[in-house]
Design a binder for this molecule. Sequence first.
Ligand code: ADE
Length: 246
Amino acid sequence: MKLDIVTIFPEYFAPLDVSLLGKARRAGLLDVRVHDLRQWTHDRHRTVDDTPYGGGPGMVMKPEPWGEALDAIAPPGGPVPRLIVPTPSGRPFTQATAVELAEEDWLVFACGRYEGIDARVVDEARTRMPVDEVSLGDFVLAGGEVAVLAIVEAVGRLLPGVLGNADSVADDSFAPGAMESLLEGPVYTKPPVWRGRAVPEILLSGNHGAIARWRRDQALRRTVRNRPELAARLDPATLDAQDRRV
Ligand code: ADE
């Protein structure tokens, strides 16, 4: 998968050399290019922002550098990427979004700063490529960079060959399938007793059916406690069907 990231802070993306994604890059599974938006400015101060029309606080990112950046990265008439613009005003980014994006060959990310990017940039981009404005949640970051890191990690770990064990993706909280809409329950490793706390005995029983039922019960409890709104949406028929399976 090819990723182009446009930002005024390329340094933010150093973590993409580390751990799982760093390994995926070195293995050639992820081709990431980070571009400094200021290379598409032409004034002495390399200006990327200006005051908002209509007044109001803060600054708005100017359309010209963004237009040039998108034309340079995805020349009109050539192959078409999907453009992702993180913004608190976007549609919620969920595991389903990550799964959908993991199917794409080429993603371009536009990291906004300040009060956002002049709206004409997205309007124009939509005439020649699919565009998703996505939000990581109901909070405001200082810019899109940290959101892009999160999205790239969520998408990257779904790509074939990136995770050692494909099963760990199937078990994720929010993963489509068996545990749909349940949060993951608690996990344990050795030693069997730590600071007087024993690992739940059932996990040492070797009874795989009983273990699967216990795990689902724990997942359900955690969902009710931490995400009551998710628990309320659970379909009793689906849960019953899963009970019969495990
Ligand atoms: N940029 C600033 N805040 C954001 C958020 N909550 N999600 C995505 N991008 C953002």
